[in-house]
Design a protein around this ligand. Structure first.
Ligand SMILES: NC(=O)c1ccc[n+]([C@@H]2O[C@H](COP(=O)([O-])OP(=O)(O)OC[C@H]3O[C@@H](n4cnc5c(N)ncnc54)[C@H](O)[C@@H]3O)[C@@H](O)[C@H]2O)c1
Ligand SMILES: *[C@@H]1O[C@H](CO)[C@@H](O)[C@H](O)[C@H]1NC(C)=O
Ligand SMILES: *[C@@H]1O[C@H](CO)[C@@H](O)[C@H](O)[C@H]1NC(C)=O
Length: 317
């Protein structure tokens, strides 16, 4: 990571995720060109980023080897799509999560850049074959799905379109690694990718346990934050099993596989998240944390502070 790297990345859409990507790419020394179709929005994003970078620098939490001022100097805001794409080798799209909006912007972008430019989408829930359906050459298209907030939670799921070349996958993987993110490769597109499928499984069983009167909202959250989550910040479910039996994974399954199968077979159907019962789950949550801006903002602030410290701990070990 050094200042001599003048390669440019274009960020399309300057909301929460666009701003985070801009900070991540600039921390790796890349020139970052930011575009938003809402007038004044991209410039406002840079003002917001300036504030954040200064706070991070003061807290000693700035990523990369450049100062906040140097990182900020790498960023520019633009209101013209063809101009913002000039000189970019990589485009990270971060517009609204609406299929038609994404399809249209990629169609426009593809018409303005050379065929070697990598087109990458931040989509959380749309598969590449939908997002890129209006791009003629899909071999350079990919989904790079971040986790909020990407500055502290470094995982990026790379999801190829069926036509995406291995070179594009590898270049994106190398870029993400270079800027300090942690990429994982999906071998093919799959609804929900990996992270949201695992998350959905956790949500479903947590919901059912509360709904079936087995445990309270407060306590199921503690099961994760004080139990499973303690390990999962450092080792995944596969390694957890591998380490939890004297002779590793195969031994683990010999000991516990039958029990896991029995429990899995007792899982209920997909919960109805809009039922009368769901209302009482919401009520229970809101008694713990009222759903007004003041309480929610305070808890988000706490979450981000803790994630920042956890990210530092992970960096140090
Ligand atoms: N927020 C999250 O937790 C999260 C996590 C991972 C991925 N994502 C994905 O990232 C993307 C962006 O999410 P966000 O939370 O930053 O949304 P956001 O609403 O905060 O920001 C979207 C921005 O895109 C701009 N925009 C909309 N249409 C545009 C267009 N045609 N051209 C240029 N700019 C346009 C909007 O003006 C806005 O500034 C979504 O696809 C979302 O699914 C979000
Ligand atoms: C954007 O810039 C291009 C190239 O500089 C120019 O041809 C085009 O007219 C501009 N578009 C708008 C909407 O200003
Ligand atoms: C892509 O990376 C993988 C894993 O590192 C490697 O095996 C493969 O040869 C690479 N492919 C290309 C085309 O570079």
């Amino acid at each position: 990571m050094n200042t001599s790297d003048s390669k440019a990345i274009t960020v399309i859409g300057s909301g929460l995720i666009g701003r985070s990507w801009a900070m991540v790419f600039a921390s790796g020394g890349y020139t970052v060109r930011i575009y938003d179709n809402q007038p004044g929005m991209a410039a406002k994003a840079i003002a917001e980023i300036r504030k954040q970078l200064q706070e991070l620098e003061e807290a000693g939490m700035l990523r990369g080897t450049l100062t906040a001022a140097q990182q900020l100097a790498l960023m520019s805001s633009h209101e013209n799509l063809s101009q913002v794409l000039e000189g970019a080798f990589f485009v990270q799209e971060c517009v609204f999560e609406q299929l038609e909006v994404k399809q249209a912007i990629f169609q426009d972008i593809a018409g303005l850049v050379g065929k070697d430019v990598i087109l990458s989408s931040s989509t959380s829930c749309l598969v590449p074959s939908s997002v890129f359906s209006k791009v003629a050459d899909k071999s350079r298209c990919i989904v790079s799905h971040p986790v909020n907030p990407p500055y502290y939670v470094k995982l990026v799921e790379l999801v190829p379109h069926p036509e995406t070349t291995e070179t594009v996958m590898n270049t994106t993987y190398a870029l993400m690694t270079k800027v300090g993110q942690v990429p994982v490769r999906l071998k093919k597109e799959f609804d929900g990718f990996a992270l949201n499928r695992v998350q959905a499984a956790i949500i479903a069983e947590s919901w059912r346990l509360v709904q079936d009167g087995v445990i309270s909202v407060r306590d199921i959250d503690l099961v994760m934050s004080e139990g499973l989550g303690m390990r999962y910040a450092f080792i995944g479910p596969m390694e957890t099993m591998h380490l939890n039996a004297p002779e590793g994974l195969e031994d683990y399954m010999k000991r516990y596989g039958e029990g896991i199968t029995r429990v899995l077979n007792s899982f209920g159907p997909v919960p109805d998240f809009f039922s009368e019962q769901a209302k009482s789950i919401t009520k229970e949550m809101c008694e713990l944390i009222p759903a007004d801006q003041q309480h929610l903002s305070a808890r988000k602030e706490r979450r981000d502070q803790l994630l920042m410290r956890l990210a530092k701990l992970k960096d140090d070990h």
